[in-house]
Design a protein around this ligand. Structure first.
Ligand SMILES: [Fe+2]
Ligand SMILES: [Fe+2]
Length: 191
């Protein structure tokens, strides 16, 4: 009987430790989410609240993911990569470059675009995004480099700054998850 009671206590303390670990993990994830959201707001609120950026909610990127949510995810993962790898990226350029990296402002799945030069969307869209972003925002050289080179190796010439490498990696990671269905969106939204 004493042995059974002892085993029950061990089991209870094991469960309690697991519960504590789980709530600690959730607390850390929540803190991380809050920190990332604050950085997005600090460095990119004008872009996020603009009409043209909101319009990208009506364009599909991969699967059911909109261009809008894709760019928000790429900005979040860029900040995460910067932190996890202990890099020293300029956060202002990193966030703004990531938010604007796919600022091409059309749906590349539309027949209208498939029949034109947009058939080569993968090659052309970084320059279209850059032209659109230049019209509305004062870009730094790093932000230009992020937008221009995010499709490397299609661009052939590799990125020349840390920030562009980070966004290129975050973009590929997010695109892969969206394409294979690991990260699902909610489809086009009315804007
Ligand atoms: Fe892109
Ligand atoms: Fe992208």
């Amino acid at each position: 009987m004493r042995e059974i009671t002892g085993n029950m206590r061990v089991l209870q303390s094991y469960r309690e430790k697991r519960r504590q670990k789980r709530s600690e993990r959730i607390r850390k994830l929540y803190e991380q989410h809050k920190r990332i959201q604050a950085l997005l707001k600090e460095h990119g609120s004008d872009i996020i609240n603009s009409q043209n950026f909101k319009r990208t909610k009506g364009h599909i990127q991969h699967g059911t993911m909109t261009v809008h949510n894709h760019c928000m995810d790429v900005a979040r993962y860029s900040l995460l990569i910067n932190k996890k790898l202990g890099l020293h990226c300029n956060k202002h350029d990193l966030v703004r470059g990531a938010l604007l990296h796919d600022y091409f402002l059309y749906d590349w799945h539309d027949k209208e675009y498939l029949s034109q030069r947009k058939r080569l969307h993968g090659f052309h869209h970084p320059m279209t995004a850059l032209e659109n972003a230049e019209k509305e925002y004062r870009l730094s050289d790093r932000q230009r480099e992020i937008i221009r080179k995010h499709m490397w190796p299609l661009t052939i010439v590799p990125p020349t700054c840390e920030e562009a490498w980070v966004v290129t990696a975050a973009d590929k990671y997010c695109s892969f998850r969206e394409t294979v269905g690991l990260r699902k969106g909610h489809g086009k939204q009315a804007v």
